[in-house]
Design a protein around this ligand. Sequence first.
Ligand code: AP5
Ligand code: MG
Length: 340
Amino acid sequence: MQTIRNASLNAPRVSLSVTVRLPVRAPTAARSISSSTPASLFRNSLRPVVHDEAQSDQRQSRTLRMLMFGKPGAGKGTLSSRLVKKYDIVSISTGDLLRMHIQERTEVGRIAEEIVAQGGLVPDELMLQVVTSKLDLIPNKHWIVDGFPRTLAQGELLNAHLSKQHTPLSLVINLDVPDEVILSRISDRWVHLPSGRVYNLSYNRPKVEGFDDETGEPLTKRPDDNPEIFARRLEKFYSTTSPLLDLYTRLSQTRVSPPPHRHPHQHPHQLAFHTKPAHRLILESLSGRTSDEIWPKLEKAVKDNFPGLKERTESADVRRRHSLSDAIAADSLRAGMSPK
Ligand code: AP5
Ligand code: MG
């Protein structure tokens, strides 16, 4: 398994050469055409086959750069870890990162502590820095971000950052869960702070009550999970975070062309060609009250749009440290350092 930290050391090198993918063999329809066949028929029979192949190539090689979007308590953390456990994806939760910073008394933690405790929002620029300092380490990995962006300004900042790197978002999942369902869940939620693993006494119980399944360490209640603060977080979601859905609806209707490919020795005035088809953000809203309803829909949305995603094959021991939070917590504890 590759942690984010390790990813910075082992990150696959960016290849300078680009392969232009063309069908190796002419499609059957084209090969069987005789010299007497009218040219227009040839063109019409060839086009859909080539188009399909290009589309399927594009889907196979598509990188998952996903936002898990939804109200507090919608299940963003729970569902992200399910995906990460099964597929070769790295997850980043801004809530988990902030809780780690707070626990380790870093500069970011000192700024965030009171804001998080009151159910407010940490300043946009600081959050951008917290997230992108991690994302920039994994340019070629499949990733999920949970909890960011949370304001329109954060959404714009993230877009600008990703566009600069030519790594635009590819999927936004909006978890649409009714408020009354969420409120009943929160009172039953327990967390393992160092890893961000989430349990629920009615839906996802730990094997031993009060203790983390993987480490055996004690579980705690989040201080911002009391009813008064939770109501404030929900209110903030409606006033400040939900308008982001309009932004992603707009982006999902706009095609973005990838940068044209230039050969390293190519003269700047020589023509450069687009070797990849235009990209479009996929936005899907998944509604449901239980995991049985949402998980299959989520897995389908991810598998259908990113068929190249690989399932994990590592041992349970290795699988344990898949989330970014796990990796950072473990590294920090070992080195006696704070999360960066
Ligand atoms: P954060 O930790 O991100 O909190 P949140 O968005 O309010 O979301 P939660 O973690 O509470 O819920 P979740 O959707 O992950 O649900 P979960 O899987 O746990 O942020 C905390 C604070 O940090 C913020 O308030 C803010 O102050 C600050 N912050 C973070 N990011 C920021 C940003 N970008 N900008 C500014 N400030 C920021 O599930 C909830 C419960 O339901 C669990 O008990 C779970 O077991 C259960 N459950 C989950 N799914 C199901 C299901 N399908 N069926 C039944 N039960 C389920
Ligand atoms: Mg969460």
